[in-house]
Design a protein around this ligand. Structure first.
Ligand SMILES: Nc1ncnc2c1ncn2[C@@H]1O[C@H](COP(=O)(O)OP(=O)(O)OP(=O)(O)O)[C@@H](O)[C@H]1O
Length: 737
């Protein structure tokens, strides 16, 4: 039940300057209690009217959870003095506060706000300090007024602070003029939240700002699903459903948005399509750059290629097949080339050969991959130092723009004669745009990957679009080499890819199917495999680190959320020695295996082995919780066994438990042992493509648990989710030039 309390802060137990989260002891005339919630610029002695309700904390008992508040300015001289000395106004200590109140009494606030020059009558306060005190007081009052105003629209103090940081003293005007602006300007406020605020403000359903914001939200939402544009009819239908307005109104707004440069409308393959401007510009630029790189003259390779290939064959002891030789030659003779093939078809072998030839010819070469895990793997398998594409492009976080930028650009391009990118199927349109912008013509760009893997998480279908366009030379590798043939994982992956059912349970092999009928039995078997059966057979493994459960879905008994809950219980159960922290409906415990689920370019890490430091933790990075500190509200996670990253409790939404992850999230990673449940999953997800991607993540063993029929159904389901992307069409158009 909601209650209201008026009191003052007797003691601050915790206060986070960044988001205002506070735990404080409050005093009213009758009682003392602990209040918890967002109370920005809260100080000892501040008085408030608090709104909220009583909650029981399992460790700390009864607490008042604050949902709204109003600061009450003190009226007595003692109260004013305590306020001034509380630290709210920097530079005023106890002595100065006492002197000010002794001189101006109950008019103190009035003087500070309106006639600050009078403060110079006090010893130790000059003109500059007087103005600074006045400024701090005004902004404190202004923020209190803004917070109070925003509360009526359901905007809590945490968001009020974010708004105030962006709009400053114009916050109220900004919200009143167009609450939908918040969806674009404030991280954490999306269209739906902005729409709720607008509804409380009485803004009409067919208001122009509302429709434009809903259109952008729809385009962003579908970009999140992989699409760089939407056909106009689809956009009108989807945005119309969201906004509950007619298509005509949306079409009218679209025209205006196109004039304002928010969206781009064009006719692509005989239908009108709508792009968010950023994606349109990126697609255009990728085409332009690919055309420039493809047609530029190249620095010559040292001597004739056949003899150079022969040298690398002698060095490696591997005689390349004709197709492999063709791939090597193509990539060295063309501005851009693509080498694609499934597992064990010799991609790494070819990369090694290409690098050697480039080195023999004195050509400077860079090798990179879209993720840190993939880069690490290249370094391990090839012996050449590979980096992430982000690092190659010298990414940094631009404070002013509040976004990530690349240091390497068209103006300051990469200084290499060749750039080799592995795992190219994971590159999305925006990353490709960054990459090709920074590659100067006359550099060879060699894209290596498996086009049959799931496409990139981000928008675009870059590798497949490039291959389908036929604008760029592409070599397809199909032969599986002897050594790779010994692995049933490799052989079965190719079978799955061809639409054939995999062979299971050959003795002494690495690919197994363990049949179970009910989902509950599958779950129990997965747990048993993890804690008992697999560690007993593969005695070298560390189960939590080396066994990875991959599932198509997040929800349901066999979805990643529930699997994580169940596996946390067996791998890392509650224990009095282990600290834990609840975040939403998840519990994080010391030693838990966790995954970062968004790119954070600002998060700092420290390498405890070589004491280097840096910034940036990426979507898909897996680590372990080293410690949880309740006093400082911090969780320390170790990535790659040596990189320590500190998360504030308020950042825990960037982490998820990672005993089980979705196949989509596992792209680019390899795990010693992979377990995949084979149950009924929605057909849009349970595809051949997804099974293939999951199976190819396993290095030493793949165990499928569940129904063979369901596994067969996945192999039969050759549906490839259609992504709207214009890159292929644009590249095709270049063929006629
Ligand atoms: N021409 C060849 N003759 C004999 N063996 C070869 C040849 N090319 C590659 N191999 C061998 O085949 C195996 C797979 O090759 P490689 O690792 O290069 O493939 P890959 O496509 O990179 O595989 P993955 O995608 O699984 O990493 C390796 O053991 C490699 O030594």
């Amino acid at each position: 039940m909601m209650e209201e309390k008026q009191g003052s802060v007797a003691e601050i137990i915790f206060h986070n300057q960044e988001n205002g989260y506070t735990i404080a002891v409050f005093e009213t005339e009758e009682e003392q209690f602990t209040a918890v919630g967002s109370l920005p610029s809260c100080h000892k002695g501040s008085s408030y009217i608090l709104r909220g309700q009583w909650k029981i904390h399992p460790t700390y008992g009864e607490q008042f959870a604050v949902s709204g508040f109003e600061e009450v300015m003190p009226s007595t001289e003692d109260g004013i003095q305590e306020f001034l000395a509380s630290g709210v106004l920097k530079g005023i200590g106890k002595k100065t506060a006492a002197a000010i109140v002794a001189k101006f009494g109950s008019e103190t606030f009035e003087i500070i706000e309106k006639q600050p020059q009078k403060l110079t009558e006090i010893d130790g306060i000059g003109d500059k300090k007087a103005e600074a005190v006045a400024e701090a007081f005004r902004s404190h009052r202004e923020f209190a007024r803004i917070t109070l105003y925003l509360q009526q629209f359901g905007i809590n103090a945490d968001y009020a602070m974010k708004l105030y940081r962006v709009y400053g003293s114009d916050t109220i005007t900004a919200v009143e003029e167009n609450p939908y602006r918040l969806a674009e300007d404030i991280f954490g406020i999306g269209f739906k939240k902005a729409d709720k605020i607008a509804e409380k403000m009485g803004i009409a359903r067919d208001d122009e700002h509302r429709i434009k914001s809903g259109v952008k939200f729809t385009l962003w939402y579908f970009a999140g699903e992989g699409n760089t544009f939407l056909p106009q009819t689809v956009l009108c239908e989807k945005a119309g459903g969201l906004l509950e307005v007619e298509s005509d109104k949306i079409n009218d707004c679209l025209v205006e948005m196109a004039f304002q440069g928010d969206v781009h409308i064009e006719n692509l393959e005989n239908r009108n399509v709508v792009f968010l401007m950023t994606y349109y510009l990126a697609e255009q630029n990728v085409c332009k750059c690919l055309a420039a790189i493809n047609s530029a003259g190249l620095k010559a390779i040292g001597s004739d290629l056949d003899s150079l290939i022969a040298v690398t064959e002698t060095e490696s002891g591997i005689a390349l097949s004709e197709n492999q030789k063709y791939a090597v030659k193509t990539s060295l003779n063309q501005g851009i080339s693509v080498i694609t093939g499934g597992p064990g078809t010799g991609k790494t072998t070819i990369i090694n050969s290409i690098i050697k030839i480039l080195q023999h010819s004195g050509l400077k070469t860079a090798i990179a991959a879209p993720t840190g895990r993939a880069a690490k793997r290249i370094t391990e398998t090839s012996g050449y130092e590979a980096s992430t594409i982000h690092r190659l492009l010298e990414y940094y976080y631009s404070e002013g723009e509040d976004t990530m930028r690349f240091g390497k650009t068209a103006e300051d391009p990469l200084d290499y004669d060749a750039v080799i990118i592995d795992e190219a199927s994971m590159i999305d349109l925006m990353l490709m745009n960054g990459l090709v912008s920074a590659i100067k013509p006359a550099t060879r760009l060699i894209l290596v990957g498996d086009a049959d893997q799931l496409p990139s998480v981000g928008a675009g279908n870059v590798l497949r679009d490039i291959i389908n366009s036929e604008y760029i030379y592409c070599v397809k590798l199909t032969e599986i080499f002897r050594q790779a043939k010994e692995s049933l994982i490799v052989v079965n992956a190719h079978k799955i890819n061809r639409g054939e059912y995999p062979d299971c349970n050959e003795k002494g092999k690495d690919f197994f199917m363990m049949r179970q009928k009910s989902e509950k039995d599958m779950l129990n078997l997965i747990k048993d495999l993890c804690i008992r059966r697999l560690p007993a057979y593969y005695t070298q493994i560390m189960p939590v680190r080396d066994i990875q459960i991959l599932t198509p879905v997040r929800k349901g008994l066999l979805g990643s959320i529930n699997l994580n809950r169940e596996l946390q219980d067996v791998f890392n159960p509650p224990c009095p020695e282990l600290e834990e922290r609840k975040a939403g409906d998840r519990i994080f415990r010391e030693h838990d295996k966790v995954m970062q689920i968004k790119n954070n370019y600002q998060l700092k890490w420290r390498n405890q082995e070589d004491f280097t430091e840096g910034e940036g933790v990426f979507n898909g990075d897996v680590g372990f919780i080293n410690s949880i500190d309740r006093e400082f509200n911090e969780v320390v996670v170790v990535f790659d066994e040596c990189k320590y990253v500190t998360y504030d409790f308020s950042q825990l939404d960037e982490l998820e438990l990672a005993y089980a992850v979705t196949v989509h999230k596992s792209q680019g990673s390899e795990f010693p042992i992979v377990i995949m449940p084979m149950s009924w999953f929605p057909p849009v997800l349970a595809t051949r493509n997804l099974l293939y991607t999951g199976v190819t993540r396993g290095k030493h063993a793949v165990v499928l648990v569940g129904s063979e029929n369901k596994m067969h159904a996945m192999v039969d389901n050759n549906r490839i989710t259609q992504r709207y992307s214009g890159l292929s069409v644009r590249l095709k158009a270049l063929l006629s030039f």
